[in-house]
Design a protein around this ligand. Structure first.
Ligand code: SOE
Length: 402
């Protein structure tokens, strides 16, 4: 069986989550190829060597260009901040490596277009590219998509998606890379709003075609701080160093609220906020149709809520479906019914689907084209917010640059 050797570029919170996926997936699923955690790459030699030892990588390195040129590397897994996604992914694809890139795909539409074009070129040689929207791979979310495709909610009128965190409510939280446009591209909008957009498009099967939105930055300056090692314990800020001197400007949004018009004409409401006091990682979606409604909440991620309007009146009400039966997506590889999965399992499902796509020569979703579409929605929300929240078309007609 062919062995697929992986190089991971980056070692922050997503480095830990992806490493767990590469370690676990081969031991849970019967993958069609052996995988190897060959090398992890980071700028700080001693910190990335510690990450290699802690997370199970054979080697560590500090030069990603050197690593992607190696003949013994087949897959490049990019878990760096968004400002390096395009350069690394395009170089890796042009070098014939399969690529898994964290979300959002890029920091700008231009970068995302160049990445999608590189993925199209690489696809002609059987090389695959995938974006890390892992919430699609929570069994309950995949099940939601299946139920909607079967028509259980009927004609969709309204979708509401919410992603709420509160790690920035403290004004003394230092100025992390996620708060600087040149590194992150945007704030809550691109970091967690991208998940909400992908979730709506994935479960409904419909693109967001127009948006009207508003962005806001609550705390405009934050204390400067040395960046941390990126190993676990640095939390979402990626900081664990000592306090620095002075203050820096926050150049991204803290809150993004927008409305979307879906391809069918249905309306979708979105919120992505880092100021929802008390909400730690609260992602939820509810799809309302003329035959019923479906809802998912990450804080109860092993179940979906289903309301069936076609049921007899005395039996109508939201009921909880536990998505842990062997018949449900991904579940049969894990535990017996009723034994729960967690946030981390989506990363093993991601590895499984990527490896199967590579070996079977099918396109593992979400593709870079899917990631580009989300990037266009993000950019349209920014344009709308800059123009008094005017309704703004998601420019899908812009050709992918060759
Ligand atoms: C921070 O908001 C973050 O780590 C996101 O970047 C991830 O994509 C999300 O899964 C958890 O929160």
């Amino acid at each position: 069986m062919k062995k697929l050797r992986v190089a991971m570029i980056g070692y922050g919170f997503m480095g830990a989550a992806h490493s767990q996926g590469w370690r676990t997936a081969p031991r849970v699923f019967d993958l069609p190829a052996e995988t190897g955690m060959a090398v992890i790459v980071g700028r700080d030699a001693s910190a990335v060597a510690k990450a290699a030892a802690k997370w199970g990588w054979d080697e560590s390195a500090t030069d990603w260009r050197e690593v992607i040129a190696r003949d013994d590397i087949d897959i490049v897994d990019i878990v760096t901040p968004g400002d390096s996604h395009a350069e690394i992914a395009i170089a890796a694809l042009d070098a014939g490596k399969h690529v898994l890139c964290e979300k959002p795909l890029a920091n700008t539409v231009e970068e995302a277009e160049a990445m999608a074009a590189a993925a199209e070129r690489a696809a002609e040689k059987g090389v695959k590219a995938m974006v890390g929207f892992t919430y699609r791979r929570v069994p309950a979310v995949t099940f939601l998509r299946q139920l909607i495709a079967e028509g259980v909610v009927g004609r969709i009128a309204h979708v509401r998606a919410s992603y709420r965190q509160d790690w920035l409510v403290d004004p003394d939280m230092p100025l992390a890379w996620r708060l600087q446009k040149e590194h992150a591209g945007s704030g809550a909008l691109g970091d967690i709003g991208a998940h909400a957009i992908d979730l709506v498009e994935f479960v409904t099967g419909m693109d967001v075609e127009r948006v009207s939105g508003v962005l806001d930055t609550i705390v405009k300056q934050r204390p400067l701080q040395d960046s941390g090692t990126g190993l676990s314990g640095s939390g979402l800020s990626g900081l664990s160093g000592k306090a620095g001197a002075g203050y820096g400007q926050v150049t991204v949004d803290d809150i993004a609220i927008f409305t979307g018009r879906l391809a069918s004409g249905a309306l979708a409401s979105f919120e992505a906020t880092r100021f929802a006091t008390g909400r730690k990682n609260a992602l939820s979606i509810e799809v309302s149709g003329d035959k019923g409604a479906l809802a998912f909440d990450l804080e109860d991620l092993n179940s979906v809520q289903f309301y069936d309007r076609t049921a007899p009146a005395d039996l109508q009400g939201f009921r909880k479906i536990l998505v842990t039966e062997p018949v449900h997506p991904y579940v049969s590889a894990w535990w017996p019914a009723g034994h729960m999965l967690g946030y981390e399992h989506g990363f093993s499902h991601q590895v499984k689907d990527l490896v199967e796509g590579i070996v079977r020569n099918t396109d593992p979703h979400p593709t870079f084209a899917d990631g580009l579409r989300v990037q266009r929605v993000l950019e349209a929300v920014e344009r709308s917010s800059d123009n008094d929240s005017v309704w703004t078309r998601v420019s899908a007609d812009v050709p992918v640059k060759a």
